[in-house]
Design a binder for this molecule. Structure first.
Ligand code: XIL
Length: 358
């Protein structure tokens, strides 16, 4: 009796909820005539908007012009990683990195260094190291201090350690750094970086923090431990390699709130929105493009909600769909970025603009 009387009410509540959700997504797609959201991303965003790039793209005039119009932060998609620059002990390949840094400086663009230590970009000679722990530590210390020192005053921030924790357990990954330097290696790397540049901002960067509560907890515990021991750390990079529905908005919101509580800066690093994880699409459909647009808009909104002094900005992991790492890494064609292969803006671009404006 009670159930049947409540059913219409339940129906109305669900309907209102559904309409409201649709409205929220739609607001990101319909341009709001009261706000001029049509200029470049960097003009309208109240915080820096970054791009992961590489030197050879900068030779393309159209690419270069879009970059300068829209982005005021830059990182190297791979040209600042250890496997590229640290070719042998005491020996470095500086050219690509120098070129990126020069380009950024000439155009008044902030540089975020990515990444000093990452198990995914460790040179073979480091992976294959055989020797004493002391020697290994001396090599890593010298590497960190040489790189950070060389770009002192030019590079604003560094991802000091990237992806050190495992998804499921939150335990430390078994990397060559852990093997030779022990479980406290992250703290010492942050200290080495700080010694080389007292002003550079030091970040810990990782993926899947919203979807893996144990990994997120491991990062929060690390921050607390660093604070208790006076180990320098300035920010957390939340890699934002997203799918349409995953992780959920609620999971992202919760993680952002947890990191806000640490008082550190938050960088939405490495944003892209993957559409074709199941491999069912042959081309980008209007429906998928609009759903992707809504997701980009929502991510901007989440960043808008971070207290101003903790907003480090949003960095997009590549300019054109055809530049993206996703097809190669995940094995399916995809369209995860703001521009298509012809450098035309996608619905995601406008929706992201709109989200930045709110
Ligand atoms: C990827 C780049 O996009 C590729 O071009 C490169 O070959 C491998 O690395 N998490 C990270 C990034 O922190 O450095 C990765 O970038 C993507 C996943």
């Amino acid at each position: 009796m009670y159930i049947s009387k409540s059913l219409p009410l339940l129906f109305i509540v669900l309907l209102l909820f559904f309409v409201n959700c649709k409205k929220q997504a739609a607001q990101c797609i319909e341009p709001d005539p009261s706000i001029d959201c049509t200029s470049g991303l960097k003009e309208i965003a109240p915080y820096p908007i970054g791009l992961a790039t590489a030197t050879f793209y900068l030779q393309e005039p159209a690419y270069d012009s879009i970059l300068r119009q829209n982005f005021n932060s830059l990182t190297a998609e791979w040209q600042m990683k250890q496997n590229i620059i640290h070719i042998a002990e005491g020996s470095y390949n500086w050219q690509p990195m120098d070129d990126l840094v020069d380009y950024a400086q000439q155009n008044n663009i902030r540089i975020h260094g990515h990444a000093l230590l990452w198990h995914g970009a460790t040179p073979k000679w480091i992976e294959d190291y055989e020797g004493t722990s002391e020697e290994f530590e001396a090599i890593i210390k010298d590497y960190i201090q040489t790189v950070v020192g060389r770009y002192k005053g030019k590079i604003t921030s560094w991802d000091v350690v990237n992806e050190a924790f495992k998804d499921n357990s939150g335990n430390l990954r078994a990397t060559v750094f852990k093997k030779w330097m022990g479980d406290d290696y992250i703290a010492r790397c942050f200290q080495y970086a700080r010694e080389a540049d007292p002003d550079v901002l030091l970040f810990y960067n990782d993926f899947n923090l919203p979807s893996s509560s144990s990994k997120c907890q491991a990062v929060l515990d690390m921050v607390e431990d660093f604070k208790a021991r006076n180990i320098p750390i300035d920010g957390i990079g939340l890699q934002m390699h997203l799918q349409l529905q995953w992780p959920s908005d609620q999971q992202i919101q919760k993680t952002v709130e947890q990191i806000v509580e640490t008082g550190l800066k938050i960088h939405f690093s490495e944003l892209d929105v993957r559409l074709n994880d199941a491999g069912r699409l042959d081309s980008l459909t209007t429906e998928q493009a609009e759903k992707q647009a809504a997701r980009y808009c929502q991510i901007a909104r989440f960043h808008n909600q971070i207290p101003t002094e903790q907003q480090y900005g949003i960095s997009i992991w590549g300019l054109r769909d055809s530049d993206s790492w996703i097809p190669q890494f995940f094995g399916n064609e995809d369209w995860p970025l703001l521009f298509d292969q012809n450098l035309k803006t996608k619905p995601a671009y406008e929706a992201f603009q709109k989200g930045l404006c709110e």
